[in-house]
Design a protein around this ligand. Structure first.
Ligand code: HEM
Length: 367
């Protein structure tokens, strides 16, 4: 459904938007990009539905004869509680990313073109981007909290691994920063917020959060011998970096709105540099969010059903996996370089407000 429905919707209408720039009426042209954006949301939903099934498999039965998980209830897969919260969190994180991008580029342009004709347009764009980043920053925290509570009921080991919590605690504190062994099993010093992990995991500052040792004992009893711990330093730091870097971008935008309100915008060079640097923060936060989600599920490919070690295909060798990994990295690396170059060129060009319009063609609209 992602490939057949959402991808075609997105790509068709992005194509119409690009090639219809001077051919479609302004309203129809604007409609094409709204439909493409809607296609991206539908795309996100189907991708997350597939991922949510691996985090919390529902709507299937295991066929012992074929060794296959077979779909029994498609509605249950689409209404999986895991996808509901993941969709909200991912989409609000995308809005934060977009807000920071618009605010960063507009601030940078405004600083360089304070006295040019397009300065008012960049000022409006900066303000719109900052509002979007602040509102989306709040929404991402609220949706992330709901996700944390559901995740703790479905994959309690992931939450224990997010804090490197070895012993069960009630209430459980959240460490902002820890010095100790890499896997967090021995701690020398840490900066803690009392009760915060309980709140993130259960919604109550006095909630009980199960520790790694207790959960391992439960899992051995339920699934047999094995090591059920994810790689703790990765889950511990990816969780903190997701929250910290993403919310820092929203805070920088909040500072920008405050400067605008005090009449001190575009006043100082340091803010414009910070806004420009803030473009990277939500992008990094998103990557750390995915690293946390996927690494925190280990050692499972499909939680409680298929271990990662059992998911290795006997017909695909390590050399093939390594080769495809290298090829994908090179192709996507090259696309990233081209993409960044084109985005930089387009952002640096400013707005075509002073360009003379061709009398034969409709005027170029700047949205
Ligand atoms: C207070 C702030 C936040 C909280 C409490 C929070 C919580 C969470 C949790 C619990 C997960 C893992 C869900 C699972 O594996 O089932 C997650 C994943 C994720 N987070 Fe956050 N998060 C916060 C902020 C952010 C920010 C600021 C961003 C990016 C700008 C972000 C992006 C992501 C992404 C992309 C994922 C992976 C997709 C998903 O599982 O939804 N998060 N977050």
């Amino acid at each position: 459904m992602e490939g057949l429905l959402a991808f075609f919707l997105e790509s068709t209408f992005v194509g119409l938007w690009i090639f219809g720039w001077d051919r479609l009426s302004p309203r129809l042209h604007l409609a094409t990009i709204w439909i493409a954006a809607f296609g991206s949301l539908v795309s996100a939903f189907f991708i997350l539905t597939a991922n949510a099934w691996m985090q919390h498999p529902v709507g299937f039965s295991y066929n012992r004869a074929t060794h296959r998980a077979e779909l029994t209830d498609f509605g249950a897969v689409l209404t999986n509680s895991t996808v509901e919260v993941a969709f909200l969190h991912t989409v609000t994180a995308a809005f934060l990313t977009t807000g920071a991008l618009v605010a960063g580029i507009a601030s940078w342009q405004l600083w360089n073109r304070r006295d040019s004709a397009d300065a008012p347009a960049f000022r409006t764009a900066a303000k719109a981007g900052m509002w979007m980043a602040v509102v989306a920053g709040l929404a991402v925290a609220v949706s992330g909290h709901s996700q944390g509570v559901i995740m703790t009921t479905q994959q309690p080991m992931k939450m224990a691994a997010a804090e490197a919590l070895y012993q069960t605690e009630q209430p459980a504190s959240f460490s902002l920063f820890t010095i100790g062994t890499l896997d967090g099993s021995k701690e020398i010093w840490s900066l803690r917020v009392p009760g915060l992990l309980s709140f993130l995991a259960t919604g109550s500052f006095n909630g009980r959060v199960a520790g790694i040792y207790d959960l391992e004992a439960q899992y051995r009893h339920r699934f047999g011998p094995g090591d059920y711990r994810p790689v703790i330093p990765v889950t511990y730091w990816s969780y903190r970096l997701m929250i910290g870097l993403g919310l820092l971008a929203a805070i920088i935008s909040a500072v920008g709105l405050w400067l605008i309100r005090c009449g001190r915008y575009p006043g100082s060079r340091w803010f414009h540099r910070a806004a420009l640097a803030a473009i990277a923060l939500p992008l990094l936060a998103n990557s750390f969010g995915w690293i946390f989600t996927e690494m925190g599920r280990q050692p499972w490919v499909v939680w409680g059903q298929l271990r990662t070690s059992a998911g290795v295909s006997p017909t695909v060798g390590a050399a093939t996996v390594l080769t495809s990994m290298i090829v994908f990295t090179v192709i996507y690396g090259a696309l990233a370089v081209v993409g960044l170059y084109l985005m930089h060129r387009s952002a640096a060009a400013g707005l075509p407000l002073d360009e003379p319009q061709d009398a034969e063609r409709p005027p170029t609209f700047v949205y």
